[in-house]
Design a protein around this ligand. Structure first.
Ligand code: ADP
Ligand code: MG
Ligand code: ZN
Length: 597
């Protein structure tokens, strides 16, 4: 555990010890006043003749008898005669005002404080409970919630993360830095302070972050964005401060902030805008990130599955300026993940990893590990001694039904359609002279998209030619054209809506901004789906008609390209169905292989 928390617990214990002491002393004083003192009536006192000494304090009279016994009484009146009589009887008389009585008031005061002290103590205690959910770390006011993964946690290394090769490659550099800081510092290299891990849930972001610490053999501090959201303003910010302090004290180390979108969401607009506490926390995070040196040896890894809502300030150079993207595992990666988890259970030889991997399209790493676990449970419930393929099939239904994620429930029809759609984009791109080369084509779902074709420009472009725009339009229409060609007019899907939107935008800009249509060389301003007032009604019609014309031409062009290369389209689509992901090179070699067309 983190030492700060121990200190807080100690504070609490001290409080209680102090309070117990106060009560104890008060009782002691009270008791010592009363021990063996005999209360007697004043009338008895007035006629006593064996008194040796008295102390008179207002109406209170205390004294000793000649036999040493102590007595006390309260006088209804004290007059000269009484005192004189005592003195005459050779009684030692003393008068006292201040000391004893003030002691009594003091004790009284203290006693009257005790209830309030108790109340205050309890308030502290409950506040501490509130700010430290589950009674975990956290102190009375905003202590850190950063948890150190303890030695008992099993160390995780890159070997425990299957697939995700690109992500591992990126993070190897961080491992290297944590291990050999000097090497980098000597060369004057600046090491990134923050790396953002982004991707869908369950794809191994947390796991990989932990394995970076494991590989470099440095401490791993875990915290989650929601730990910083508290009901008291300023607590989140002070937690951020504490977190960085912890990091610096333990450098080299890794601080991991899970689900950073809880604090890092864009401040302008967005649901939680105007939430002061969160803004303060985010500001503190930005300030701290700017404030510590590049070579401190503290590296902040943060994860999110909603990169797009993050405040741009977080992504600026010097903060989370590195990004590692995670995606759902493809067929090969699913095999590797399954191997890891099947090794951990007792399985029989009916298990066919290839088949399971094929049947778990759209599953994340977490879904796969859950699948194997459910299969083991299923086998145990049925009193089997090992897990069989059948258990896995049964578990699959359970996992799919239990998961509300759409990606998991993609059926074979949808998958086939997606494969043709993406193959359509890819093929039109390959056959268009001005299109950028393909980087990869995939039918692994990502966000709202069922698949995609990624093209990478060969060089930076400042301006774009009309010929290229027309080719881009055709490529955009390639998906829809392929759907229509293979499945027929009535079976095209809504999946092409973003393609159509993209094409419409380009076409509209060509006509209204770039003078590439038949609307003359005029800038027609258009925003939020409306033309500006200066554009006449008849002009709208011309523009809309031309937008339609350009996009239909693009569609027809794409359709034609696909039709004259139908063999290639089938080949590409089948390869995608088979492998789920094809690189640009793979596509190229697939299509130039003359043996099979
Ligand atoms: P994320 O942080 O991306 O939501 P996690 O890292 O928490 O996902 O993953 C949840 C679990 O899923 C992990 O603990 C691990 O058991 C399993 N898992 C996910 N991805 C992988 C992977 N690539 N290799 C092995 N296990 C994985
Ligand atoms: Mg996570
Ligand atoms: Zn598309």
């Amino acid at each position: 555990m983190f030492n700060k928390n121990n200190r807080n617990n100690r504070n609490l214990v001290l409080w209680f010890v102090f309070m117990v002491l106060v009560i104890g002393i008060a009782n002691l004083l009270k008791n010592s006043e009363q021990t063996d003192v005999q209360d007697i009536a004043f009338s008895d006192f007035a006629i006593k003749n064996d008194i040796s000494s008295v102390v008179v304090r207002g109406p209170y009279i205390k004294g000793f008898l000649k036999n040493g016994k102590q007595f006390s009484t309260i006088a209804p009146y004290i007059d000269k005669d009484l005192i004189k009589g005592l003195i005459d009887n050779k009684v030692h008389v003393e008068a006292s005002y201040s000391q004893d009585s003030s002691l009594i008031t003091w004790i009284g005061l203290l006693l009257s404080w005790i209830p309030s002290l108790l109340i205050v103590g309890m308030m502290f205690y409950s506040m501490r409970k509130m700010s430290g959910k589950n009674g975990k770390a956290g102190n009375m006011f905003g202590g850190t919630k950063v948890r150190l993964a303890t030695k008992n946690d099993k160390k995780v290394t890159f070997a425990d993360v299957a697939g995700a090769e690109e992500a591992k490659e990126e993070l190897r550099e961080i491992v290297d830095f944590l291990k050999n800081k000097k090497k980098f510092v000597n060369l004057g290299a600046k090491i990134p302070r923050g790396v953002l891990l982004s991707g869908p849930p369950g794809t191994g972001k947390t796991l990989l972050a932990k394995s970076v610490a494991g590989e470099a053999n440095v401490p791993f501090f875990y915290t989650s964005g929601s730990d910083f959201i508290e009901m008291f303003a300023g607590i989140g910010a002070s937690r951020v401060r504490d977190m960085f302090e912890t990091g610096k004290k333990n450098a080299p180390c890794i601080i991991f902030i899970d689900e950073i979108d809880a604090i890092g969401a864009n401040r302008k607009g967005g649901v939680g805008s105007g939430c002061e506490e969160r803004d303060q926390t985010l500001n503190q995070l930005l300030v701290e990130m700017d404030g510590f040196s590049h070579n401190e040896g503290v590296i902040i890894l943060a994860s999110t599955n909603r990169k797009e809502i993050l405040d741009p300030a977080l992504l600026r150079p010097g903060r989370f300026d590195r990004m590692v993207t995670f995606s759902l595992p493809n067929l090969e990666d699913r095999k590797k993940i399954l191997e890891i988890y099947i090794k951990k259970i007792v399985s029989d030889n009916s298990i066919d990893i290839c088949q399971i991997a094929r049947g778990t399209y759209g599953f994340s790493g977490a879904d796969l590990s859950n699948l194997i676990n459910e299969a083991a449970i299923h086998a145990a419930v049925n009193d089997k001694s090992s897990v069989s393929q059948d258990d896995i099939e049964k578990a699959k239904d359970k996992v799919i039904m239990g998961s509300k994620k759409k990606s998991i429930t993609i059926n074979d029809e949808e998958r086939k359609l997606t494969a043709y759609h993406e193959a359509g984009h890819a093929l039109v791109a390959i056959k268009s002279k001005y299109s950028d080369p393909i980087h990869k084509a995939t039918i692994i779902p990502r966000g709202h998209a069922l698949g995609m074709v990624v093209r990478l420009p060969e060089k930076d472009q400042v301006s774009v030619t009309k010929a290229r725009l027309l080719d881009d339009l055709s490529v955009a229409m390639g998906g829809l054209a392929a759907e229509k060609m293979i499945f027929g007019e009535n079976y095209v899907t809504t999946g092409a809506s973003s393609d159509i939107k993209y094409a419409t935008n380009i076409a509209r800009n060509m006509i209204t901004k770039w003078g590439m249509g038949d609307a003359g060389y005029v800038h027609y301003s258009y925003s939020d789906g409306d033309y500006s007032n200066s554009t006449s009604e008849s002009m709208y019609q011309i523009i809309d008609q031309q937008v339609k014309q350009i996009t239909s031409n693009a569609f027809n062009n794409a359709y034609q390209i696909l039709q004259s290369n139908l063999g290639h389209l089938h080949k590409l689509a089948n390869a995608l169905l088979e492998k789920e992901e094809l690189s640009g090179k793979e596509i190229e070699s697939l299509l130039t292989d003359k043996a099979i067309i």
